[in-house]
Design a protein around this ligand. Structure first.
Ligand code: GDP
Length: 409
């Protein structure tokens, strides 16, 4: 009996010593990290850094014991009372984004609510018994009000007039089918609307991640879109590194990093006001060393000084291209700004080769016709549309689903 009591006392003392050491070693680890060098790479805290092995609390405990050479006397001879596991630091929850397939269909209610005046208005007008000049003018006005643009509006009306004439009597179903076809013709169904995230061939002949630059005027939803796009890519099974090259807007880097952490994507950032090109360069470098699939670069969009913008964006692209090609330059436009968006598109297209457009805030406007106008203006397709402020409210743009939402099916 005495032996058992003695053994228990030894065990308790030994355990006290272990837990004391573990706690003190933890305290040491909790010292504030040294100030970040520039640019810094931040990651979701629970993830090991590149090249580091993941260390669990148990590893840490084991090493602490080895370091001080704690005797394994007596305590191992008796049955140990259960030891409370030291609590692992709470890891930020990495979310699983919604799959991207069919997102536009899921979000179509938002589209049809805001675009009602376009699709439904056109159908109502076309259903009139007598399609006289006044009615055709109303049809034209409806299209112009929805920002379709003068030239495309005239084309559409001409084609509709011809087809309605050939059709003679019109059932509502025939009209719907006809309008659907003509709107699809206007938007185009042939273009490749996939965001190009293919690996590129690097300067040294090695494969590098797909590089996507996101450009646009501040306030259009550029940073939000970059974050949402990271989720889209993660949902599609890709690994992503984010580059916070919008170093001019104080909150942009934090905002982007938060988006990244939510899906376990690392963010490379620089000091506020620092050189955007160097952050972009380092982001791609990080992407290469991590073997990431895609690097997304958020850029600054100050439009008031066009020369400044031109220098800056051009430089970001040129510097990134030292690693290898930029596969995609996405221009973010706010659909609610109407014609102003087209002016922006023109300016950006002069500065950098745009390869795709993201139209944000389509949930808040009836001016969906801007899709047609901007595609004509730039000669590049709308690839993504923003339909709300929610994390998964960015959808690949599918013309069929879009038109069905406009006119109902
Ligand atoms: P940036 O300055 O261009 O980077 O703009 P932000 O990304 O900070 O976005 C500006 C605001 O637009 C934020 O409040 C976003 O939540 C909002 N926003 C972005 N995309 C959409 C969208 O598709 N729909 C709606 N309703 N709001 C959006």
């Amino acid at each position: 009996m005495e032996i058992v009591i003695l053994a228990v006392v030894i065990a308790v003392v030994a355990l006290g010593a272990i837990s004391g050491l573990v706690v003190s070693s933890r305290r040491k680890k909790q010292l504030p990290p040294p100030p970040p060098t520039t640019p810094s790479v931040t990651a979701p805290p629970a993830e090991p850094q590149v090249g580091e092995d993941a260390e669990t609390p148990r590893d840490e405990e084991r090493r602490t014991i080895e370091e001080v050479g704690l005797p394994d006397s007596g305590a191992t001879l008796v049955e140990e009372p259960p030891v409370a596991e030291p609590e692992a630091p709470a890891a930020p929850e990495v979310e699983v984004p919604e799959p991207t397939a069919g997102r536009l269909v899921r979000l179509r209610a938002r589209l049809s609510r805001s675009q009602n005046s376009l699709g439904k208005g056109l159908l109502t007008l076309l259903s009139r018994e007598h399609l006289d000049e006044d009615t055709w003018e109303e049809i034209e006005d409806t299209l112009l009000t929805a920002d379709v643009g003068v030239q495309p509006t005239q084309e559409l009306v001409e084609r509709l007039r011809e087809r309605v004439r050939v059709l003679g009597t019109r059932t509502p179903e025939e009209l719907r089918g006809l309008l659907r076809e003509e709107l699809l013709h206007l938007i185009g169904t042939e273009a490749d609307r996939a965001v190009n995230t293919e690996n590129g061939l690097g300067a040294n002949g090695q494969e590098i991640p797909g590089v996507v630059m996101v450009v646009g005027v501040n306030g259009t939803g550029k940073t939000t879109t970059t974050g949402k796009l990271a989720r889209v890519l993660v949902a599609d099974g890709k690994s992503v590194v984010l580059g916070a090259a919008d170093t001019f807007r104080a909150a942009a880097a934090d905002q982007l990093q938060t988006w990244g952490e939510r899906v376990g994507a690392r963010t490379v950032r620089g000091p506020e006001g620092g050189d955007p090109a160097s952050v972009a360069y380092d982001a791609v470098k990080e992407g290469i060393s991590e073997g990431a699939d895609v690097v997304l670069i958020d850029t600054a969009g100050r439009l008031h000084t066009k020369t400044g913008l031109m220098d800056e964006l051009g430089k970001v692209k040129r510097v990134v291209e030292k690693h290898g090609p930029v596969g995609e330059v996405l221009l973010v436009l706010d659909a609610t700004t109407g014609q102003n968006g087209l002016v922006q598109a023109r300016v950006f297209a002069e500065v950098v080769d745009i390869t795709g457009v993201v139209l944000t805030k389509l949930d808040g406007t009836a001016k969906g016709g801007i899709i047609v106008a901007v595609q004509r203006e730039l000669g590049v397709p709308v690839k993504l549309v923003g339909l709300g402020e929610g994390a998964d409210d960015l959808a690949p743009f599918e013309p069929e689903a879009f038109v069905d939402a406009l006119i109902g099916d």
